[in-house]
Write a protein that binds this ligand. Structure first.
Ligand SMILES: [Zn+2]
Length: 414
């Protein structure tokens, strides 16, 4: 088992060197390094006994047939693309760990009654185009014409790139499977947050992927001389935005599980001796329960109205993103939690604040996710790190999960 975990560490290291940029890890949608990454992972898939193909969107699919012909298929996967100057675990862990798990089962002579597909999605991070999840959307048959119209920095569209990839031909693929032929989708991913480290646990089971709303807010007051305008006569847009920032923090702090963030702000005119006349900023609000998020947004809207009235400033809202929460499958999650408990002694359920391929795949089949502790919760950074010991725990959990699922699907259904 230790050998299998060491093998996983070596594979993560090796794939982490496959990059578009020298000296750092950057692997974007259908770039030359993505082609090399697919070739490398395909080789590992074949060594584990999988039959390999690429779909029209460049996702890598390794398939292992089950004992019984026509048996249902369990999907396991994540994405092979990365952000710029990325770490080597975000994405590849969820592709390589199942390959190593299947290799280990093969070595032990275990044959599963169901089929397995290991998926390496070609795009999840939304780096090259302002559109994320192209890989999983392609696999799930959810690519829409609007997804194909986005352009990269050089003015090349998603459609152009896919047509080149398909040697001059591309049409959005249908779903790779009918839902009724699938058992579900399991994604192993680093946590990208500090909860597991805080609880001193190697792995945890995700209960839901948080829904999120994003806005652009603009506060309009009146610019004026910083020396000559008395405080009582000011309409300071930045003071209003600052009060709003403190207010949303208070709302999030008193609502369990809610996170609210202002991550970018511009102040105009932006001079040391001028009262800010206009402030624009982002707002990102997330919660695992859409009702809680919507209630919080009502409270946040009321807060903005009160601040604007009291300070005699106006404000404008623009919603830039809206995604509902995705609940993980209770059955698959309970099964995964049993394996976590068996291997780790206790299981912890946690919400994913970040989006994952599972969001899209949940439209095709029930999903479950296993989170692996990462040092200081750090991700999207070259220092991203999950320890070999934690990776071994995750590997043992997935092997145990597959064996349990095999046992339960062999039992005759009543
Ligand atoms: Zn990821």
């Amino acid at each position: 088992m230790a050998t299998a975990a060491q093998q996983l560490v070596r594979m993560l290291d090796e794939l982490g060197r496959v990059s578009d940029e020298p000296g750092k890890l950057t692997r974007t949608f259908l770039s030359p390094s993505m082609r090399r990454a697919n070739a490398q992972v395909a080789q590992w898939m074949r060594a584990a006994g999988l039959a390999v193909r690429e779909d029209a969107v460049g996702s890598l699919i390794g398939r292992l047939e089950g004992e019984t012909p026509g048996a249902k298929t369990l999907l396991l996967g994540s994405h092979l693309d990365s952000v710029r100057d990325a770490g080597r675990f975000d994405g590849p862990l969820g592709v390589l760990l199942p390959i190593v798990a299947l290799g280990e089962l093969k070595r032990r002579g275990v044959v599963l009654p169901f089929a397995i597909e290991v998926l390496g999605f070609s795009e999840e991070e939304g780096v090259r185009f302002a559109s994320a999840y192209l890989g999983s959307k392609g696999y799930a048959g959810k690519l829409r014409p609007t997804d194909l119209r986005f352009h990269d920095a050089k003015g090349v569209s998603v459609h152009d790139v896919l047509r080149d990839f398909g040697n001059g031909k591309f049409s959005p693929p249908a779903a790779a499977h009918r839902s009724r032929d699938l058992l579900g989708y399991i994604e192993v991913h680093i946590e990208q947050g500090p909860v597991l480290e805080n609880k001193n646990l190697a792995v945890g089971v995700v209960s839901a992927i948080a829904g999120q709303s994003r806005f652009k807010l603009t506060w309009i007051g009146k610019a004026g001389h910083a020396g000559t305008t008395p405080m009582a006569l000011r309409r300071d847009a930045l003071a209003a935005a600052a009060e709003f920032a403190m207010g949303i923090e208070a709302i999030a702090r008193r609502t369990k599980g809610l996170v609210a963030t202002i991550g970018a702000m511009t102040v105009a005119p932006g001079a040391a001796n001028v009262i800010p006349g206009e402030v624009a900023h982002t707002l990102d609000v997330r919660h695992a329960d859409d009702r809680v998020r919507r209630r919080a947004l009502v409270a946040i809207g009321r807060l903005a109205t009160q601040i604007a009235a009291r300070r005699n400033v106006s404000r404008a809202w623009q919603r830039t993103q809206e995604n509902g929460a995705v609940a993980c499958s209770p059955a698959l999650t309970a099964q995964l939690a049993r394996s976590v408990k068996a291997i780790q002694g206790k299981s912890l359920s946690l919400v994913s604040g970040a989006g994952h391929d599972g969001v899209v795949i949940s439209e095709l089949t029930p999903v479950a996710m296993l989170f692996v502790r990462c040092r200081e919760g750090l991700s999207h950074h070259p220092d991203e790190y999950a320890s070999p010991a934690d990776l071994e725990v995750a590997l043992r959990v997935i092997i145990d999960f597959l064996e349990r699922l095999a046992r339960s699907s062999r039992q005759p259904s009543s």
